[in-house]
Structures are given as structure tokens and as C-alpha cells.
Design a protein around this ligand. Sequence first.
Ligand SMILES: CCCCCCCCCCCCCCCCCCCCCCCCCCCCCC(=O)SCCNC(=O)CCNC(=O)[C@H](O)C(C)(C)COP(=O)(O)OP(=O)(O)OC[C@H]1O[C@@H](n2cnc3c(N)ncnc32)[C@H](O)[C@@H]1OP(=O)(O)O
Ligand SMILES: NC(=O)C1=CN([C@@H]2O[C@H](COP(=O)(O)OP(=O)(O)OC[C@H]3O[C@@H](n4cnc5c(N)ncnc54)[C@H](OP(=O)(O)O)[C@@H]3O)[C@@H](O)[C@H]2O)C=CC1
Length: 515
Amino acid sequence: MSTVAAFYGGKSILITGATGFLGKVLMEKLFRTSPDLKVIYILVRPKAGQTLQQRVFQILDSKLFEKVKEVCPNVHEKIRAIYADLNQNDFAISKEDMQELLSCTNIIFHCAATVRFDDTLRHAVQLNVTATRQLLLMASQMPKLEAFIHISTAYSNCNLKHIDEVIYPCPVEPKKIIDSLEWLDDAIIDEITPKLIRDWPNIYTYTKALGEMVVQQESRNLSIAIIRPSIVGATWQEPFPGWVDNINGPNGIIIATGKGFLRAIKATPMAVADVIPVDTVVNLMLAVGWYTAVHRPKSTLVYHITSGNMNPCNWHKMGVQVLATFEKIPFERPFRRPNANFTSNSFTSQYWNAVSHRAPAIIYDCYLRLTGRKPRMTKLMNRLLRTVSMLEYFINRSWEWSTYNTEMLMSELSPEDQRVFNFDVRQLNWLEYIENYVLGVKKYLLKEDMAGIPEAKQRLKRLRNIHYLFNTALFLIAWRLLIARSQMARNVWFFIVSFCYKFLSYFRASSTLKV
Ligand SMILES: CCCCCCCCCCCCCCCCCCCCCCCCCCCCCC(=O)SCCNC(=O)CCNC(=O)[C@H](O)C(C)(C)COP(=O)(O)OP(=O)(O)OC[C@H]1O[C@@H](n2cnc3c(N)ncnc32)[C@H](O)[C@@H]1OP(=O)(O)O
Ligand SMILES: NC(=O)C1=CN([C@@H]2O[C@H](COP(=O)(O)OP(=O)(O)OC[C@H]3O[C@@H](n4cnc5c(N)ncnc54)[C@H](OP(=O)(O)O)[C@@H]3O)[C@@H](O)[C@H]2O)C=CC1
């Protein structure tokens, strides 16, 4: 019997961000391995015209939860959605709900955050810093609380090269920032943002660093742990390989490449691609929840869950495998044939953007206009290139994260727990994982049917022929223009033609002699 799974039996667990990518996989694993848990409280806001209940039903009815329904048929009764908006005071939770949360919660997993790189400082601080502070305040009023697990990111200190499992101080106190945002107007905030975030690449990573400082400052005598995952990718093994549900990080890039929109990227091929499967992160989270509650470490422990130091892969290897998978399982209706050119040079990158991205988009928009349709490709391309430029910082550098605490925890687990809550990334086979990842993007994100693969392959063949024809035509036009203007080009042309003629005559003569 798994000690970790047994620990969650009979427990009331509070999860923020349960409707997000990580949150859903966390709930799924909890229900599947500890079906006797008491209740999972989730803080949810209505969204996209859906009520809380509709959102919960949609999650539980998804493929991700199919196995859960077998082991925990009453899962609907064990999930309690509480109306909450983490941007509001007291999260806008009703008094009765708040009372229940305060008196019953045993474990908190704080996953909610804004992960947008281009959010405003005001909103990102509200969610990633102030809300964390407020949740800690709530936690301090929970008599039954055993552990508070805060999810940060391995990139919260990406301004450093080597990152240890410690909380690093930020240049400006989080409290000062929270206070000043209350009275500063948006225009001034925009102006001071670059000065505040200094060498952090974006507001997201900066506010996650502030969030960690708040955790340290407001920890009181709570048992707290911080988990720092790197780039969270599709599931590796559980509940099935390749599950993804949003277009963040690598997912959007895989779609853009598979559909033939993105054909070149400014990336350092040999830089470490620190992708970590989401189920591995969740396994660590559950093990940390158990360890923090049972062993009550004296200080807040930080756990890195990264792949680079244990089982490194680089962007080149990933790109090659992603492209190889597109050959076997292409995406439907690609704009162009998938291809990937890496460049670490800014000038070459600008060239590729002009030739491989903007020019085809403009040509396609002209075609749409001529056929009486609304042009849209240039707008889409600009958006894609903006997104890619935001990711560039992370795909042109490598970091070293120490993993002493994570390794220590692994050694503390029984063999059964090491199996059920496996977070040993050394066992991961990248080639297999990437293939399943791409397949998962096709099935769960693009919702494409596998039956459409033969047609997609046909279309790729057509696109390749068009590509060759286009290039040949372009070459002939350029050559024709050149020989019209240059004596040298004419001489070369004459030489080639006469050489071919002589070769053919010789070939014909020798074959006549043989007869
Ligand atoms: C094993 C896999 C490896 C993959 C390797 C890829 C290989 C590819 C093949 C080869 C290519 C060749 C070279 C490849 C080499 C490089 C590969 C690069 C891989 C990518 C590396 C990722 C690095 C990430 C670094 C992360 C560091 C920190 C990690 C974290 O802690 S948090 C998670 C990271 N956060 C994000 O990723 C968020 C980033 N997003 C944003 O900031 C914004 O969304 C935005 C990008 C700025 C876009 O903003 P916009 O305003 O332009 O768009 P908008 O948000 O309005 O959305 C547009 C439409 O999309 C819909 N939408 C948005 N979000 C989602 C979502 N989550 N789910 C579903 N749909 C979403 C939105 O609704 C809009 O739709 P519309 O309204 O209909 O228009
Ligand atoms: N994905 C990644 O690559 C990585 C993620 N992380 C961290 O993991 C955690 C989870 O990330 P991930 O699941 O990918 O992110 P998602 O964007 O998928 O999920 C974010 C969650 O936060 C919730 N949320 C946002 N704003 C509010 C609000 N005002 N009130 C209530 N809930 C809110 C969202 O709810 P709603 O559905 O209503 O929008 C959603 O459930 C974050 O802390 C992130 O920093 C760390 C490293 C990498």
C-alpha cells in the first residue's frame, strides 16, 4: 500500500487553479490514487458564460477523468466548487464558504497564477503576489492545516545561471510594490515596470519571484513547501501519454510548426530544453504534500522539478523528433509543409521572418482578397511572431538547477511510493515522449481524427510539389533576368548548354556503336 496515497485518505484538500493545466492533472491523480479522500475544495470563477458547476462538469466529463470514474464513481460528490475570484478582496468568497474552508482544510495546493508573459504589472502582482499573501493569511486561520504547497516556477530566478533550492531575495520588497500599486496610476506603472523588473525577462517570472518572497515572509509557523517546475509539458504516462489542454509554451509552437506557419526560429540548438511532463510534476507535488505534513521540516523547503540535470535534451533533438513525428502523423490542412530552421543570429532570423513568414502571409492574403475573402494571415503571423519573440529568452539559454531536496525526497519514499508517485525523470525516453506529445497535441488540442492522416499525407505531397515548382520557377526567372543583363552569366549559360549538348551527343554515339 502506498503511504502517500493513504495519507490523503479522509483529507479535505483545497486547490487553487484547479481549472488550469496543472490543477486538472493534480485533481485527477488525487481522485485516482486516494479515492477515499474526504473532499477537494476548488476555488473557481465563472468563465466564458459557464457557471461553476458547468465548468466542473466539463472537466469531470473530459477524457482525462475517464479512469477516475472507474475507481471513484462518486467523484462529483467529492468535489466542492467554491465561487472565488483571486483578484478580489477575501477572494469574494461567501462567509459560509469561508467558514467551511477555514475549519475543514487539511492541505492546500496553490496553483493559481497568471502565466501570461505580457500581463500588466498590476494584474500579475495582484494574482501572483497579493493573492498568495491573502491565501497564506487564510491558511494561518486554519486549525487543521497540515501543509501549504506553493507552486512557483524554475524560472523565478532566471536572471541567475545556477539556481539553488533556496528563496532568493528580490531587490524591492513585495510589500512596497503592493502598496505603491494601490496609488500609482497605470501610465506611471508602465513607465517604472522595466526599472522594477531589471534583469528578469518578463513580468511573469518577476512576480513569481516576488510570490516566493511573500511565502517566506508570511510563513508564520505553517508547514510550507515551494515547488519549482521548469517548462511543464504533456503527460508522460498518467493517466495516459500525451495529454495537453492549452496552447502555452511548447504546445503553441508545435501547432504553429505542424501547420506550417512557423518554419524558422531564433533558438540555440544545443541549449537545454528543460521540459518536464505534467504528471511528473504532480507526483512530486503529492509526495511533497505528504512529506511536509508528516515530517514538518523546520524551514520552507524548495523543490526543483526539472529535466536538464538528470536527463538533458536539447532544442535541436526535440525539433528533429517533432518534425519526424509530423512525417508519420501530420496535422490536417497545413498552410505549408512543416520545416524548422534554427538560427542564433539576429540578422538571419530577420531574414527568415521576412522570407519564410511574412512574405507567404502577404501572398496568401492577396489570394484571399482576390477571391473575395477577408485577409487574416498577416494578422495571425504577426501574433505568432510576437509570441515566439517572447519565448526566445528561454530557448537561447541554459540553466543549472540543483535538485538536492527533490533527490532527498525520492530517497525518503518507499519503493511502492516511488512507483506510484514517480518523479524520476531519468527514466524518461525523450523520443517516445515527444512522439506521444505531438500525437496528444493533434488529438486533444486540435481535436483531429486519426482517420484523416492519409488525406493529410496527400496534401503534404501536394505542398512539396508546389514548393519545388515554385522554387524552380523562381530560379528560372532570376536566371533569365541575370543572363539578360550580364555577359559573364551568358558565357556560363553557353558553356553549360554546349557541355550538355556534347555529353548527349557522346552518349548517343556510344550507344549506337554498341548496337
Ligand atoms: C517536448 C516538446 C518540445 C517542443 C519543442 C517544440 C518543437 C517545435 C518543432 C520544431 C520547431 C523548430 C524549433 C523549435 C525550437 C524551439 C521550440 C520552442 C518551444 C517553446 C519553448 C517554450 C518556452 C517557455 C518558457 C517558459 C518559461 C516559464 C514557464 C512557466 O513557468 S509558465 C508557462 C509559460 N507561459 C506561457 O507559455 C504563456 C505564454 N503566453 C502568453 O504570454 C500570451 O498568451 C501570449 C503568447 C503573449 C499571446 O497573447 P495574445 O494576446 O497575442 O493572445 P491571446 O492570449 O489573446 O490568445 C490568442 C488566442 O489563443 C487562445 N488561447 C490563449 N491561451 C490559451 C490557452 N491557454 N488555451 C487555449 N487557448 C488559448 C485565446 O483564446 C485566443 O483565441 P481567440 O480569442 O479565438 O483569438
Ligand atoms: N505551465 C507551465 O509551463 C508552468 C507552470 N508553472 C506554475 O504552475 C501553476 C499552474 O500553471 P498552469 O496550470 O500551467 O496555468 P493555467 O493558466 O493553465 O492555470 C491557471 C489557473 O489559475 C486560475 N486563475 C487565474 N486567475 C484567477 C482568478 N482571478 N481567480 C481564480 N482563479 C484564477 C485559472 O482559472 P481560470 O480557469 O478561471 O482562468 C486557472 O485555473 C502556476 O502557478 C504557474 O506559475 C510553473 C512552471 C511552468
